[in-house]
Write a protein that binds this ligand. Sequence first.
Ligand code: GLY
Length: 553
Amino acid sequence: MKRLPLLVLMLSALVGQAAEEARRGMVAAVHHLASEAGVEIMRRGGNAVDAAVVTGLVLGVVDSHNSGLGGGCFLLLRLPSGEIVALDGRETAPAAATADMFLRNGKAVPELSRTGALAVAVPGQAAVFHEAVTRHGKLPWKVHCEMAAQIAEDGFRVPRAYAARIAAVAQDLAKFPSSRAIFLRADGTPLQEGEIHRQPELAKTLRALGAGGPDWFYRGPFAQAAAKWMRENGGLLTEADFAAYAFKRRTPLETTYHGRRIVGMPPPSSGGVHVAQILNILEAKGPARPEDSPHVVAEAMKLAFADRAHWLGDPAFTKVPRGLADKEYARMLAPKIDLAKATPVKGHGTPPRADEHVFEKHTTHFSAADAAGNWVACTSTINTSYGSKVVVPGMGVVLNNEMDDFAAEAGAPNAFGLVGAEANLPAPGKRPLSSMSPTLVFEGERPVLAIGAAGGPTIISQTLLALLHILDEGDTPAQALARPRFHQQWSPDELRVEKSMPSALKDDLRRRGHVLKEVDIIGSTQAVGQPVKDGPFVGAHDPRSREGRAAGF
Ligand code: GLY
């Protein structure tokens, strides 16, 4: 049997040890190698920012169907000074993008925005991770890259979920020789559970990025290799698009919920706006009896997603009303919820001062915190499984298909069934709308929770439900993440519920007029909290992610 190298063995040995409580630092992620790398870098003197970044880089190696250097992220960071930093590493459309680029004969062709050259937007993860580490971390950038490179070079044992995701998209991966060489065997069959997966090209890329920093990625060999592939394969991305990429520092979006401060990402995330909006509607509606609660929450989700479809987009290109997250608007919407029955929502609402009071305009989530007072909530993505399915030749990096998060045309559903309007049509340099919702919660000035989720639009619902369980019902993060979930995104007008939801509750929702769609699982949420001042950190990974781990020290 092939032997696994020391770092992987050392990290794997910790799997199964209960480490959900720890005093000095905590990381929660969907793969144990990633969260253990986060703990390891804190042991070497790093802080929670170093931990979050190395966790994210390792996820790009061991969980590459969900996130990686070929994708983007939103990173929300609370510094020991109390300052909150919101880093937007969302991808940008190429300069040659047009509003009709995914239409053929006047109709949207979904395949174009999901697989291959046109699906790809300029990745932002490398820029944000580098900024986070060099400004707010303690250890040199190359240390993080080297830790991830070592795992890519030495390999890891393929988990069941990873093998299943390769198998599910094997036909598309096979279209691209550089992807086929990495994720399929020589005979064309997908990698199998239990095999050791080594990625020497990705290791080389990580080391080059560690040495050369963002210039190597955006203005050097990576950009050149990606642009060459695009030229030869009908893509639009150019070296100039890479060179023009800039992450953004945003002003975090804040609301309160029953006295706690809830801080999230502003647009182009729709997560911060709509988590805040739904919490505000629920607060305005007043306390619900436990038997009414899922119905009321589902109705609030429906109202919010109807607004999302109309208003939300990159704030640099479209007016996104700040009023969506206002208490005043929530008080207008709350009476629309009928306790007895599900109410059809024909379209979006209009918040106060919608025109003048505006914002400037498959995925993974990980959280980290340390005793110095650094807290990180980061959600990162290449969009659907293995993104565009394109690996840049020689680089080992899977490129995103984030262009599918634009609306191909007004009203055309994307891979998640989400519809959008003019606000979210493609345009040169524009950021596609996202549901990623990294969230920090404060009691007064004290951070108490870093949370977020993966799973397209259900990210918003998952984050919201976990917040309600923790803040309203007193759940621990682990209890909250284990509860059955539901999701209502307005269009299609159906209530997605996990099969594990009690039958009596499902029957009750049907009686109130909800059309239920039962699914095995909804998404994956990770959380780190510190419920008691100066007490231990508690971490939880989603029990639906079998390889996940919350690790502390
Ligand atoms: N790619 C999923 C999202 O950003 O919402």
